[in-house]
Design a protein around this ligand. Structure first.
Ligand SMILES: Cc1cc2nc3c(=O)[nH]c(=O)nc-3n(C[C@H](O)[C@H](O)[C@H](O)COP(=O)(O)OP(=O)(O)OC[C@H]3O[C@@H](n4cnc5c(N)ncnc54)[C@H](O)[C@@H]3O)c2cc1C
Length: 298
């Protein structure tokens, strides 16, 4: 029986691992991979200590820092179920079963994709899923935002501060965002296009346009950037029915301790019910969760 099992090898999991190893907890960290979502970020420019670093290089740095401590790591292993026993937890993976007195879930999230041609090709070359991360790259340029919910319209309003022209594209007849946000976007000069279906992205090395169908006609919007804001899905299938989740499927935590609805199970990073999702936030939460798990165990 181990003291602690950490699920996830992204920023939150690595940070939790570093803190638990320094507290000499007998810890096992299980991760499908060590790139997490930052592997999809071409450049990170808002993690303190690094003015500009490739997402993959930052992920490698987190992993090698973790490995410098005495911690057991099972990489390329996927957790499929968590079972609460009397005073411990059983973690079942595609390779085996492990037991611990406490858990920290840092399984992150997956951004929803449109699934249209060239979406992958222009990722980091005009296409982004993260407004906070990439908005400043589009100063004075034409950009589109896909998604008419609050996240999409908020992103479009934010972009009007930097970009030359902002378009908001929504597949439904009307936007689902709050009216006050829609009014703000209109006031700032954003152009809203509803009832359109995006069919492909085009360009050479970099994104040059978004192709969509409207009223049976194909149109091309010439833009340098496109933010896809159609939501993300937290990786929580394996804890459904074990800990409380909110209506988005995120794990509900106590914001002081990062403990979930189950004593002894903690969670941190993009998987929890915090609005802002960033690397620096995930690493901070991972550290708090590990320190609180340590206090719980002692
Ligand atoms: C395109 C893009 C660009 C971004 N750019 C920036 C940026 O510039 N700056 C910034 O601060 N933030 C950025 N972000 C946000 C940032 O990546 C996240 O906030 C951060 O990665 C969250 O860390 P995390 O550890 O909570 O989750 P993740 O990074 O999602 O890591 C989750 C980990 O859990 C593992 N995992 C998942 N399910 C299982 C399972 N069942 N079993 C075992 N392991 C599992 C995964 O393999 C992974 O190791 C960006 C996000 C995206 C998508």
């Amino acid at each position: 029986m181990r003291d602690l099992i950490i699920i996830g090898g992204g920023p939150a999991g690595c940070s939790a691992g570093i803190y638990s190893a320094r507290k000499k907890l007998d810890t096992l960290l299980i991760a499908k991979d060590f790139t997490g979502q930052i592997g999809h970020s071409a450049w990170v420019e808002n993690y303190p200590g690094f003015e500009r670093v490739k997402g993959l290089d930052l992920a490698k740095g987190f992993k090698s820092h973790l490995e410098s401590f005495d911690i057991e790591i099972n990489e390329f292993e996927e957790v499929v179920e968590v079972v609460k026993k009397k005073d411990f937890f059983s973690v079942i993976t595609d390779e085996g079963e492990y037991e611990a007195r406490a858990l920290i879930i840092c399984s992150g999230a997956k951004t929803k994709k449109l699934g249209v041609p060239n979406e992958e090709k222009f990722l980091g070359k005009g296409i982004s899923y993260c407004i906070t991360c990439d908005e400043s790259s589009f100063e004075g340029k034409n950009v589109a935002v896909v998604g008419g919910g609050n996240a999409g319209v908020e992103a479009a309003v934010e972009l009007t501060r930097f970009a030359k022209r902002v378009y908001l594209l929504e597949c439904e007849e009307s936007l689902s965002a709050d009216e006050v946000l829609v009014e703000r976007l209109q006031k700032e000069g954003g152009k809203i296009i509803t009832a359109c279906e995006i069919t492909e992205f085009k360009g050479g090395e970099e994104l040059e346009g978004v192709v969509y169908m409207k009223d049976g006609k194909e149109e091309t919007l010439e833009v340098d950037g496109c933010f896809i804001e159609i939501g993300s899905k937290p990786n929580t299938d394996f804890v459904k029915g074990v800990v409380d989740l909110n209506d988005k499927g995120e794990i509900v935590v106590d914001p002081k301790t990062f403990e979930t609805s189950v004593k002894g199970i903690f969670a941190a990073g993009d998987v929890v019910d915090f609005k802002d999702k960033q690397i620096v936030i995930a690493t901070g939460q991972g550290a708090i969760a590990a320190l609180c798990a340590y206090r719980h165990l002692s």
